[in-house]
Design a protein around this ligand. Sequence first.
Ligand code: ADP
Length: 358
Amino acid sequence: MSEREERVWEALRGVKFPGMSRDVVSFGFVQSVEAEDGVRVVLRIPTQNPGAGEQIKEEVEKALLALDMGAVEVALDVVLQERPERAQQQAISTDPGLLSGVQHVIAVASGKGGVGKSTVSSNLAVALAQLGYRVGLMDADIYGPSMPLMFGISDKPRVTDTGLLPFEKYGVRLMSLGFVLDIDTPVIWRGPMVMKAIEQLLGDVEWGELDYMIIDLPPGTGDAQLTLTQKVPLTGAVIVSTPQDVALIDARKGLAMFRKVNVPVLGMIENMSGFECPHCDKVVNIFGADGARRTAHVLDCPFLGKIPLDASIVLGGDNGVPVVHDEGPLRESFQRVAHEVIAQVASQAPRGPSFTIS
Ligand code: ADP
């Protein structure tokens, strides 16, 4: 790459996608750069907002003109994405006022309990924050809210005139019913109470402006999941499963439920996938191997990656430090999954027409 081209790439890295904290290069929107004589850049962006194209074009032009490298030409290919699923979902009863400052709402679900759904939710949220996004984490696992423990927070949330203030730790805004419930009392709630609790987590908390909101759902396919899909326009759901068949049967049910209510399934994550023996360094597949990958393939749903079975994940969860917080291979595994989720969010939904601004 010539020195002139390098300068252009550097300048493009300074242009953020509107409303996001990431730049157009890291999103993979830059198709080509020519800088021999003047500067010519081609961008291609998938978006649901046609106005975003004009804004990016203007900002890219401004950044390139500031380089003072001669004539600047920016061609922008905008691929409009439509959301027919969202339109149908909204027709049920989603409330446009809820989470209005949030760009992408992602539900993390599992068919059954104990597969690591909360572990994945917390680490995914922190991984997204590490990548520079503004992230919220809503613990809607009303029957077993574990985020207070996983984030090491035992205080009560502060209440202001306008609502409940989320906690902020590891770059993530966090709210959980665990902060207000007595942890030693079992939650025995009927449907309407579950719905009310979820509504309060959505509407009474001052979430503010966020790029991503991760919602840790209770396991299964009950009232909480339905309330959520009816109240909030979800960008999509991520399903967590362990590799063995018995967990995958339930994961398939979860996937079917989201599809039934027209929530896009962004993909499946395989947790507790292989254990590296500390004595012989061999990988032992305690719960089998690649079951979630195969199931994702059969069900025509993206596979977002694997997280190994590792004692430090348990320790991190119990000590209030999500394992992704520390450098190492587990951080890399969670960050790889986070990148896959980002890519699925950017590319999900059928593509609409494409047009070029130049
Ligand atoms: P769920 O939300 O599906 O009920 P949790 O996230 O609470 O599951 O995880 C259940 C238990 O399994 C916790 O003790 C957690 O630390 C542990 N765990 C989760 N994922 C892993 C993993 N990849 N390796 C080791 N232990 C894990």
